[in-house]
Design a protein around this ligand. Structure first.
Ligand code: MEV
Length: 318
């Protein structure tokens, strides 16, 4: 097989970002949009990665983060022989929507398929997915320093799930579909920077940071119950609470707060930043609408979502 393809999803973190780095649970959901990579074998090295208009070479001492991350991904044992990768990502970089993990998982999947001549036997599936996650983790460590693995897990499996570092992902079955709007500040943010910001607060005052992490842990526990029970009002309140705690950890910004406030006044049941914060995106929960026979009224929900999106569009710079 001359070339193979791999795909992966973007993600939103519904609850628990940052606390998940310290071992607490978080809730994430995969997006339809994501990344796609096509990997072609090369007769000799070095391996190259083309993304957008640029090409990087896999090199552990590269000045480019992307070059080092690509090298780290390929070098996880068993190392991938020389390849050329054409990758595309439909998510904004630095938007908190998991673009980096989606790229890593799509490249790792395509590379694993190429290494096995495109044929993955069903009994090999789990072992290969574990290696895909290990390759994505090696890539993410270059960009993020101390990734929890939630982004790569969402990129690999999609769906909605609870995640901890120790236990990995456990699917959640929502009683009702969640309708969410994603709004962007238009400013990319660095997850590494915000993760390090909290790490330095933790080093200075571990008790204070632990209090916030504990608060997020109980918010996440209640959010799982609210999703399973279909209690959207409670879920919205919990999003607002999670946002308050994240602001207390200094990973929110005035723009993120403004987008959350606009969404709430436009009818959202709750709103919060998603991902690392410090820029990037917010999530808003659209109120569910039911017809008298109990079925979902999607048209009315779309109107509610449009009101939130309009409020964001009217805001400066969006
Ligand atoms: C980034 O999407 C989520 C963080 O919790 C970092 C991580 O879990 O690796 C901020």
């Amino acid at each position: 097989q001359a070339s193979t393809e791999g795909t992966a999803s973007g993600k939103v973190i519904l609850f628990g970002e940052h606390a998940v780095v310290y071992g607490s649970p978080a809730i994430a959901a995969g997006l339809d949009r994501g990344a796609r990579a096509v990997v072609t074998r090369q007769p000799s090295g070095p391996s190259t990665l083309r993304l957008g208009d640029g090409t990087v070479v896999a090199d552990a001492s590269s000045a480019s983060d992307l070059g080092r991350a690509f090298s780290a991904l390929l070098e996880v044992a068993p190392a991938i022989p020389p390849v050329h990768v054409e990758a595309r990502c439909d998510l904004p970089p630095g938007g908190g929507l998991g673009s980096s993990a989606a790229l890593a998982v799509s490249i790792a999947r395509a590379a694993e398929a190429l290494a096995r001549s495109g044929e993955i036997r069903p009994e090999e599936g789990a072992a290969i997915e574990a290696r895909v996650l290990a390759r994505a983790a090696a890539w993410e460590r270059i960009f993020h320093g101390n990734p929890s693995g939630i982004d790569a897990t969402a990129a690999a499996q999609g769906g909605i799930f609870r995640f901890t570092r120790a236990e990995g992902a456990r699917p959640i079955t929502p009683r009702h579909d969640l309708v969410l709007c994603v709004g962007s500040t238009g400013h990319p943010s660095s997850t590494r920077t915000t993760v390090e910001l909290i790490a330095s607060q933790h080093a200075k005052d571990p008790v204070l940071v632990k209090r916030s992490i504990d608060a997020i842990t109980s918010i996440v526990g209640n959010a799982v119950l609210a999703i399973e029970a279909g209690d959207m009002r409670a879920l919205g309140d919990l999003m607002n609470m999670n946002q308050l705690v994240l602001s207390g950890l200094f990973v929110s910004t005035s723009e993120l707060e403004e987008l959350c406030a606009l969404a709430r006044s436009a009818g959202a049941l709750g709103a919060k930043l998603t991902g690392g914060g410090g820029g990037g995106c917010v999530l808003a929960l659209v109120p569910p609408s039911f017809r008298s026979d109990g079925t979902r009224d999607e048209a009315r929900e779309a109107e509610s979502a449009a009101r939130i999106l309009d409020a964001w569009r009217g805001a400066e710079g969006h």
